[in-house]
Design a binder for this molecule. Structure first.
Ligand code: ADP
Ligand code: MG
Length: 345
């Protein structure tokens, strides 16, 4: 951004950033240049932001999708900083009627950003209310009832909607089509995560050798949020048990103690795999049956647990349900998946 224009990201917006994890706040990159990985998405968004800023135009609406902890909220909070504009944050789950959305829409200044997290959870009435707001910067109300009913149009200041979702498949086509850009965030490579770990360690004033950084990266399910969480745990462990020392051995002990295995799965991930194997003979089995057996919600399994396991090909989705792969069986057997250290991607 040129000329040090004041960045006016509303403080309450950052507080309600859709994540309950306080660690996110301290370690979250503040500018797009500080973000690591997601190179193609980063570049495309960078171009759109740069062009909007140079032409003094309002940035088009952006939909970000991908599993939790990969940087959707981070992009959504960095973009308005790059534009030098304000940000408001709402959550799809909390917008139960059009009237809940109104304050956000009327608060939008020209070119400001409205971020709606978990946008797949918007009820249909709110979604339909949003269509003209996105397309023509206008909202339509019906006033009165029966023959006396009148429709009132209210103009809005042009704004940018950034929507985020962990469940792109649940977004209706009319809503999806109203976003000029749709970007999918994928899991991070071990190298990218190791770089994030090194930067976060520096910010937390922790010593960090390369072997430990790579070990944490390998055991973080391709997810920056988890890498940062694991790092904080290792810091606690090192303070409490090792006089603030840190090396590969201490890193491994700390991660083992949390039940995180060699490829980064935690006990809940393994329970999901074990349920398919032990209870359903390896599958195929429907997601609802797995969820019931685990006393969990199918939605949580689909958004939080399965994407990484599918990505690692430990499990596959078939028309008849989920099925454990031979790789999944081997992993549960405790044997190395492909000879020694598993290289995931
Ligand atoms: N590209 C990135 N570079 C560095 N750190 C990142 C990146 N993406 C995410 N993080 C870290 O992971 C945390 C979670 O990211 P977040 O944007 O909240 O994920 P999401 O909204 O997709 O669930 C952030 O607070 C930040 O510390
Ligand atoms: Mg988020």
């Amino acid at each position: 951004m040129s000329g040090g224009r004041e960045v006016t990201v509303r403080p309450e917006a950052v507080e309600t950033s859709g994540s309950t994890d306080p660690a996110d706040r301290d370690l979250r990159p503040q500018r797009m240049a500080e973000m690591i990985g997601q190179r193609e998405v980063h570049e495309r968004l960078g171009i759109a932001v740069d062009a909007a800023r140079k032409r003094g135009e309002v940035l088009g609406h952006i939909l970000l999708d991908g599993p939790p902890g990969l940087g959707k909220t981070t992009f959504a909070t960095c973009i308005p900083r790059e534009l030098g504009t304000t940000l408001q944050i709402a959550s799809g789950a909390a917008l139960s009627a059009p009237k809940d959305l109104m304050p956000y829409l009327t608060n939008c200044t020209e070119g400001s950003v409205l971020f709606i997290d978990e946008i797949h959870r918007l009820p249909i009435a709110v979604e339909e209310f949003l269509y003209p707001a996105m397309e023509d910067f206008r909202v339509d109300f019906t006033w009165g009832e029966g023959v006396a009913a009148r429709t009132i149009n209210m103009p809005l200041r042009p704004f940018t909607l950034v929507g985020a979702t962990t469940r792109a498949g649940l977004i209706s086509a009319p809503l999806r089509d109203r976003f000029q850009m749709r970007e999918h965030l994928d899991f991070y490579s071990v190298d990218e995560l190791a770089e994030i770990v090194r930067r976060s360690a520096a910010r937390l004033q922790m010593p960090m050798d390369d072997d430990s950084a790579v070990e944490i990266a390998r055991r973080s399910r391709g997810t920056p949020r988890l890498a940062n969480n694991r790092l904080r745990w290792i810091r606690d462990y090192s303070t409490s048990r090792a006089g603030d020392r840190l090396d590969l051995g201490i890193t491994r002990q700390a991660l083992d103690m949390q039940g995180i295995d060699t490829i980064g799965l935690d006990s809940f991930d393994r329970r999901y795999l074990e349920t398919i194997q032990r209870v359903f003979g390896g599958g195929p089995v429907g997601i609802e049956a797995i969820a019931h057996t685990m006393s969990s919600a199918a939605d949580t399994l689909e958004s939080d647990v399965e994407p990484f396991l599918l990505r690692c090909e430990l499990v596959i989705r078939t028309p008849r349900g989920r099925q454990l792969t031979s790789r999944g069986e081997e992993h549960l057997g405790g044997k190395p998946v492909s000879g020694g250290q598993t290289r995931l991607f």
